[in-house]
Design a protein around this ligand. Sequence first.
Ligand code: G3P
Length: 218
Amino acid sequence: MKFFIDTANLDEIRTVAEMGLVDGVTTNPTLLAKEGRGFKQTIKEICAMVDGPVSAEVVSASSAEKMLEEAHTVASWHPNVVVKIPFGPEGVKVIRQLTKEGIRTNVTLMFSLTQAHIAAKAGGTFLSLFVGRVDDMATDGMEAVRDAVDMVHTYSFASEVLVASTRHPLHIVESLRAGAHIATVPFKTLELLYKHPLTDLGLGKFTDDWQKAGLNFD
Ligand code: G3P
């Protein structure tokens, strides 16, 4: 499963890029607003750091025409830019057009199998299903992910299922079990994936025993 990092923070992206762990980056207007820097500048800097798909979102969700114009703008910034399109009737028109033009899309704000199916039929490259926001409503967000993975395989769609709105390591475990293609993960969650107390305890004991016995490499 590929890992994308879900952030517009350049320090976080630099850190995970150095760890060799990141296959792509997803941003959204909220994440960009938190950083307080320009949209185009931030996306271009991210593209210079990560060799993989970088999602940049359009905002005029009620007008296919305006979204298409915004899509062409962001796609012109770097070949690795993937245009993030909010799901909806207008968005689907834009996805179809961009697919014809060979421009990759990340269809966002999806919560159900039926939405994912429509996005796949339109040719969406990445199908972003939000799990955390569904869990927030005391409902299983992963259900749509499991169903979408089955749907993509059953009907041989080229689209990849991207698990978004991940909030903790269990979301990643469940994404792996579901056979999702990609999980986009916040920096803090990515750090947690390395951690296990038994790893720390085991390492401490190995180090102690090595030192007490006076072992070395000579
Ligand atoms: O990729 C979408 C993601 O950023 C949304 O996450 O935690 O705001 O639901 P969250």
